[in-house]
Design a protein around this ligand. Sequence first.
Ligand code: MSP
Length: 523
Amino acid sequence: MDKNYYVTTPIYYPSGKFHIGTAYVTTLADMLKRLKKMQGYDCLMLTGVDEHGQKIEDKAKDENMSPQEYVDVQADAAKKLWKTMKIDYDIFMRTTDEYHCKAVQEIFERFLKQGDIYKGEYEGWYCKPCESYFTETQLVDGKCPDCGREVTKMKEEAYFFNMKKYADRLLEYYNTHPDFIKPEYRKTEMINNFIKPGLEDLCVTRTSFDWGIKVKSDPKHVIYVWLDALTNYITALGYLSDDDSKFKKYWPADVHLVGKDIARFHLIYWPIFLMALDLPLPKTIFVHNWFVMKDGKMSKSKGNVIYPDQLIERYGLDATKYFLIRELPTSQDGLFSPEEFVERYNFDLCNDLSNLLNRTISMVNKYFDGKVPEYNGLQNEVDEDLEKASKDAITNFENEINNFEFANSLKAIWSYISRTNKYIDETSPWALAKDEESKEKLKSCIYHLVANLREIAILIRPLMEDTSDNMLRQLGMSNNVTWDSLKEYKDIKNTKVIEKGEPIFMRLNADKEVEAIKDMMKK
Ligand code: MSP
């Protein structure tokens, strides 16, 4: 079996602070990498910044900086955020790095030589923030169909990529590779909106600004930022460099994670570029939805933006990451609201998870002097049902992950947590403790609770490592766990839990915290 795993995030435009929406995809990539690592895969995660283009040139000018100075500052800020979020990436791409620029130039020359790229003249409607040209018919109410902003008419000598040539091949690829696009409905969108109406050739150079990679054989042209950016997924691995060992090992990528706004670039242009390079296509491209606010898109002018570092500072990293993954469904956009954030914190993290740990630890101390009783094989219907729930939780979690249903994967863990809480009510250990004859039943009950908590600590580990460490420490267990540790359900004898449990999540004062988050949004 192929035991390598290569996961990528988009590379970000370095234009200011990343809000919680933009932090979503990096959190997700990090979770997937950590999960695969626990499952024994040799993993590589790529993230980084997309540093060229007119938008960056303009921003630098606004800040009285050279573009290079500007992107240097921004790249450092991005790295700082990923450090705060403990993102375990392996490669941080900067598209201004020389090795990348050289490879992009070579790729362009190859396309020229093959006749995939030809010279022509471009006239069309240009959206500056999106760095995209549109035809008259693509505009929505005369505005950019992607971002809704003003467009301007522009004409320039330019190079074009012959997309039409590859349209049939792309469609055929979609139809023969059911795992290529997830979720499925994004494939239908691409076919109906772009491929069926007929693919337009893509303008792949600009002359209206300077900040980009120059065409080697015609340096007054700058290579289109999307051709530059998309190739980062292979140049990061050393494609066309002296050392392409990573490329040989990790390509094709297991999954590119991308937001819905950049689906077209990844689902149409990128596979076509790869076909033209005669390279295998990524195994899956997963398109996620967006976090929106009650009043629509997050924007500074609306005063409704929330940044991950604000939430992390007040509520901790794991609670923030939990919310991000739990609240973004695959089928539609996810809503960020202060009320929902506080509710998830109080119910899921505090009531369900933290209290389960606390109650269990206090019972192990009270009834067994802190030592987990040995499993006595005593089974009743409730125990059987609980053990089945344990098996189901692991399978359900894995199935949801494999189906790219990430919010549901957490739901599967939390229904297991609820099931375990219910088990306490069903077995009433405090009543069992009163009667010497029920001692064996009590042993079985406490044993099962500890065993479940251990599993829960392992299941949440890819997303919430600090919480997992904390739980295992309180349970008196090593954090040296892998995914296989989940199979050893009964291997917890001789553990001694800590004497006094420490709550991992403390109940929040809902009204006060909702106000606090609203204040953060205004800042
Ligand atoms: N530079 C390009 C990507 C090039 S990849 C070869 C780009 N950068 S970006 O900074 O604008 O966006 C980065 C990612 O953040 C995109 O996947 C985008 O969909 C995502 N998000 C931006 N706002 C978001 C939300 N409100 N919610 C979720 N994701 C969001 O695009």
